[in-house]
Write a protein that binds this ligand. Structure first.
Ligand code: FAD
Length: 469
């Protein structure tokens, strides 16, 4: 029969938005219940960030070893994909197990099942399959953290074997020899780069006119030309319309805006055209909540939806669809539910793309600063002038810092190069604290490190860098 429980904070979904909200809620003294229908850790730990970064690391180890003649190393590594898959699963299991332990240690009650709303203070949890029981939970506050799923396009059904989502690809025990990739956004580019390094012949089809739509020209150019060096073939301005199994492989057809058609051959096709929010199992109509035209739940800077006691965090609450944004919103939601005046500053949320080289950005570009009414000053440090980058054999890229000329306050940064995903943290701290160029330039950095390039970019913006003009 039905079991009824009562809780202060009900969190729906245990990805990086939900589990973090639950832990913080419990830390703030709220009786907290976390419900998950699938695996703890959500997309990020099970099918996204962590598996992709594990494989990217594996691909880098193999590729770097095979391409080290310049520094006197001659190696011809053999890649055992099923072993790499096992290793990745070990990493994932360790992390998801850790999430469950942390939740329990913080006193969060865990429920397995699919949650849906009955009214503004009641949810129903359906356990497993039919006849496995139902549970009713009464709550003061709820946090919707149900995440997102890959977008399917007409003509490409993920249920068909040769049509792969990023999630399917990251679960494969052997890699296709030839792959057609639809979409050159960040997921398409990360996976294409990784696959090319592991020996797959990659052909990319993208509707827009360059890789990584939305990034600045010089960022796009660096990533595209390195990807081409890895053998990736790009076809821009073409939309994928369908596929056919010819026996010799999968033929993917495309069409341009002018109606010109083309065909590309692979052993499978990866569709990576974005992700869409998941709200369909929630029965939002029972609380009078409606997603916006893109399917997201609109929230204010305190993560509140239009229903006063219901919060939404992470991918379901809109762009940027990133794990650290989900967690930051989860913390805000839990603290606001606990009666604290927390709010999120969207300006200081960094983003990283784990291509070769990596890209990372935070805050404003020069153009965005101008459009926002600032008079920006921009400083740059090319990595070919960095002793550390040169001694790593990875000197392609730059660090760029954008600041307000009059006050010197740092408004943003764009970084391309090895470990850019780590280096951006310093610029994010500067943006978050409204630090000035002088603060960054005056901070003594360890030598020889890539981080010195952040300091030099700040000095360059002040017109007085030592290692660049
Ligand atoms: P999710 O992680 O999607 O978790 C939602 C959870 O809710 C799921 O576990 C789901 O089962 C559960 N759920 C849904 N509905 C219900 C219901 N009704 N009842 C109970 N449970 C429910 N982001 C980064 O920041 N860095 C990266 O490097 C990165 N790489 C990525 C690589 C790939 C290939 C992909 C696909 C994504 C990547 N992302 C990355 C994005 C990142 O995974 C997401 O932004 C993040 O997982 C969003 O967290 P979330 O908590 O909002 O949702």
């Amino acid at each position: 029969g039905d079991i009824a429980t009562a809780t202060d904070l009900l969190v729906i979904g245990a990805g990086p938005g939900g589990y973090v909200a639950a832990i913080r809620g419990a830390q703030k003294g709220l009786d907290t219940t976390l419900v998950e229908k699938g695996a703890f850790g959500g997309a990020c730990l099970n099918r996204g960030c962590i598996p992709s970064k594990a494989f990217i690391h594996g691909a880098d180890v193999a590729h770097d070893a095979a391409n080290a003649e310049d520094i006197g190393i001659h190696a011809d590594p053999a890649v055992d994909m099923s072993r790499m898959q096992e290793w990745k699963s070990g990493v994932v299991d360790q992390l998801t197990g850790g999430v469950e332990k942390l939740c329990k240690a913080n006193g969060v009650s865990l429920l397995e099942g699919t949650a849906s709303f009955e009214d503004e203070h009641t949810a129903r949890i359906a356990h497993g399959g039919e006849g496995q029981g139902m549970e009713t939970v009464e709550f003061e506050h709820a946090v919707v953290a149900t995440g997102s799923r890959p977008i399917q396009i007409p003509g490409f059904d993920f249920a068909d074997d040769p049509v792969l989502s990023s999630e399917d690809l990251l679960a494969m025990d052997s890699l296709p020899d030839r792959l057609v990739v639809v979409g050159a956004g960040y997921i398409g580019m990360e996976l294409s780069t990784m696959l090319a390094k592991l020996g797959t012949d990659v052909t990319v089809v993208e509707m827009l006119d360059d890789v990584l739509p939305g990034y600045e020209d010089d960022v796009q150019r660096t990533i595209r030309s390195r990807a081409e060096d890895l053998g990736i073939e790009f076809n821009f301005g073409e939309g994928a319309t369908g596929w056919e199994d010819t026996g010799d492989g999968v033929v993917v057809s495309t069409e341009t805006e002018d109606g010109e058609t083309a065909e590309y051959l692979g052993d499978a096709v990866l569709v990576a055209v974005g992700r869409q929010p998941v709200t369909d199992t929630l029965e939002l109509e029972s609380i009078g909540l409606e997603p916006n035209e893109n399917g997201f739940l609109a929230t204010d800077d305190r993560a509140r939806t239009d229903v006063e006691n219901v919060f939404a965090v992470g991918d379901v609450a809109g762009e940027p669809m990133l794990a650290h944004k989900a967690s930051a919103e989860g913390i805000v939601a839990a603290e606001v539910a606990a009666g604290e005046p927390a709010a999120l500053d969207q300006q200081a949320i960094p983003a990283a793309v784990f291509t070769d080289p990596e890209i990372a950005t935070v805050g404003m570009t020069r153009e965005e600063a101008e459009n926002d009414g600032f008079d920006p000053v921009v400083g740059e440090m090319p990595l070919r002038a960095s002793g550390r980058a040169l001694s790593m054999g990875e000197s392609e890229g730059f660090v760029r810092i954008v600041a307000d000329e009059e006050s010197g306050i740092v408004l943003g940064g764009q970084l391309v190069g090895p470990n850019a995903s780590e280096l951006v943290a310093e610029v994010a701290l500067a943006v978050e604290m409204s630090a000035t160029l002088e603060d960054v330039a005056g901070t003594v950095h360890t030598h020889p490190t890539l981080a010195e390039a952040v300091m030099e970019a700040a000095e360059n913006a002040q017109g007085q860098a030592i290692h660049t003009l």
